[in-house]
Design a protein around this ligand. Structure first.
Ligand code: TEU
Ligand code: CA
Length: 542
């Protein structure tokens, strides 16, 4: 089985915010087709597309009402096939988002299921006896509020780990699984190159009387029994030369080996642990030491048996240049250098490659995400002022990543000619792709250079990872070691200068520079001074 993804770099597209080709304010599939040459010039091998299926958009496409159709905002099935063909011709593969923990409440299955207890689709979802005031248990959903919504019609409640409009499917029902597997094969037979499996670790649930002790999500995070479903999925995937990456929160780095080893369920998984926050709500930053410890633990635990999916941004998190960097191009380059050379398959989220920053939200009208609106109401109810609540909610909202991609300096950042569905960051006037394409020192050029570097040397895909300066609070430093050669990565990910003392066995080797984000680079020595966000990569001379 070809394992092409081991040497590949991925690019995540949030279609609503990527490029609007028909100028209705919403990004679309034709917009992606138009920009394939850009993705080619960046050097990425595959695209992960966030959901583009038919959906009432309560959760921007993560509430699917028809798995085998395209949302008209994005185009048609013909547009999709055109995209697939043209991407393949450009040497770019396409992996789709597979959202099978839940459907939309507007999916025909749920519309049927709601009709009554005897409906043949009733057991496609999870129901339990309840009254309006007494729900089956007190579990809380990820988006706030109960995991249960009462249904007057039947005197029962249905279960959802996200919004009430996203009822969870009943994976215990073999018929549900058959329908889903049929749908999966339909997409694979169409020629797509794989799946990102949304919220996949939640498909199995504990019995409704399970007692929560510390972790409120424990009843639906990687619960025993899930291995049966994962194994069935794996057997389908194995028949195709595809890649699979699971969003698998709750799967520990130790257990992840079992998920991602050579004959594991999936090729790789996204861990959700590295976003270690510090500071008060409304002013949180990433805790660098915590971040570094999580990432290096995953590197170590997956070692040579499992495989990591590497990322620092996605559509659910703020911009990394704002929460770990200081929004300078230099800091964006340092972050890129740190994570792109780890062991695993790197994913770049749209806009990350130019160092896009968080958006300065001025009102809740600019906020789209439902979880942010829920939290806002909770804060107001508990006595926060509107200003305070706005600040607390928007500081870490996932909407920061969903502002339109900044293509050029003109109106609406070159995303569209019509007012976009989300506001464009005002820094698009100078922070944009067109400017950075002309500049060899830009963040974009740095990403291109790192991608080339990874591709040129097999050391970056296969060789071992070794953390050095383990407890240094500012510097993320590591070695990649093959049998014949080593690479040394040194990054100061903080706003302060610092000093490092390299181990003698490292300092004593002969090194040459491979990549830098500064004009002057010192020779490797036992003691080095690093300025804020300095990032240097050296290779051993042999
Ligand atoms: O996110 C799911 C997600 O983040 C949870 O599964 C996670 O495990 C939980 O918050 C624990 O920290 C995915 C998508 O990425 C997101 O955009 C969707 O809103 C969500 O699923 C629902 O489909
Ligand atoms: Ca459009």
């Amino acid at each position: 089985m070809s394992r092409w993804w081991k040497n590949a770099v991925g690019y995540q597209i949030y279609p609503r915010s990527f490029r609007d080709a028909n100028h209705d304010g919403i990004g679309d599939l034709q917009g992606i087709i138009e920009k394939l040459p850009y993705l080619q010039s960046l050097g990425v091998d595959f695209i992960w597309l966030n959901p583009v299926y038919a959906s009432p958009n309560v959760d921007n496409g993560y509430d699917i009402s028809d798995y085998q159709d395209i949302h008209p905002d994005f185009g048609t099935m013909a547009d999709f096939e055109e995209l697939l063909g043209k991407a393949h011709a450009a040497g770019i593969k396409i992996i789709m988002d597979l959202v099978v923990n839940h459907t939309s409440d507007q999916h025909p299955w749920f519309l049927e299921a709601k009709k009554g207890k005897d409906n043949p689709y009733r057991d496609y979802y999870l129901w339990a006896d309840a009254t309006e005031n007494k729900l089956p248990n007190a579990w809380q959903s990820f988006f706030g509020g109960s995991t249960w919504t009462y249904d007057d019609n039947s005197g029962q409640a249905y279960f959802h780990v996200f919004a009430p409009e996203q009822p969870d499917l009943n994976w215990k029902n073999p018929q549900v699984r058959e329908e889903i597997y049929r749908m999966i094969r339909w997409w694979l037979d169409l020629g797509i190159d794989g799946f990102r499996l949304d919220a996949i670790s939640h498909i199995q649930k504990e019995p409704w009387d399970f007692r929560i002790t510390d972790n409120p999500w424990a009843p639906f995070m990687n619960v025993t029994g899930i291995e049966v479903y994962m194994q069935e999925l794996k057997e389908i995937f194995d028949a195709y030369p595809i890649m699979t990456v699971g969003e698998a929160s709750g799967v520990s780095s130790k257990k992840a080996v079992h998920w991602t080893k050579e004959d594991g369920y999936l090729n790789m998984i996204f861990e959700l642990e590295h976003n270690v926050r510090e500071g008060q709500p409304g002013a949180e930053q990433l805790n660098l030491l915590g971040f570094k410890k999580v990432l290096s633990r995953w590197q170590k635990d997956l070692g040579s048996n499992g495989w990591n999916a590497l990322y620092v941004e996605n559509h659910d998190n703020p911009r990394i240049a704002s929460i770990l960097g200081d929004e300078s191009p230099k800091s964006a380059k340092a972050i890129a250098t740190m994570y792109m050379l780890l062991k695993g398959t790197p994913f770049i989220y749209q806009g990350q490659e130019i160092g896009m920053t968080n958006f300065a939200f001025e009102s809740m009208d600019q906020v789209d995400a439902q979880d942010s609106h829920n939290l806002y109401r909770i804060l107001l109810d508990s006595g926060s002022s509107p200003e305070e609540a706005l600040r607390n909610v928007t500081h870490w909202t996932r909407d920061h990543s969903r502002t339109p991609l900044q293509w050029e300096g003109g109106m609406f950042g070159g995303f569209s000619e019509l007012l976009p569905w989300m506001a464009v960051n005002s820094n698009a006037s100078h922070l944009n792709i067109a400017e950075q394409e002309k500049d060899e020192q830009s963040v974009l050029s740095h990403y291109k250079q790192l991608i080339r570097l990874r591709k040129k040397q097999s050391l970056f895909s296969e060789s071992a990872f070794e953390l050095i300066l383990k407890n240094h609070p500012q510097v993320f430093a590591y070695l990649r070691k093959s049998d014949t050669k080593q690479v040394l990565v040194l990054t100061n990910l903080s706003r302060k200068p610092c000093q490092i003392d390299l181990p003698t066995r490292v300092a004593n080797k002969k090194w040459q520079l491979l990549s830098t984000n500064t004009a002057d680079v010192p020779a490797v020595a036992k003691r080095l001074q690093m300025q804020p966000y300095d990032a240097w990569v050296f290779e051993e001379i042999i």
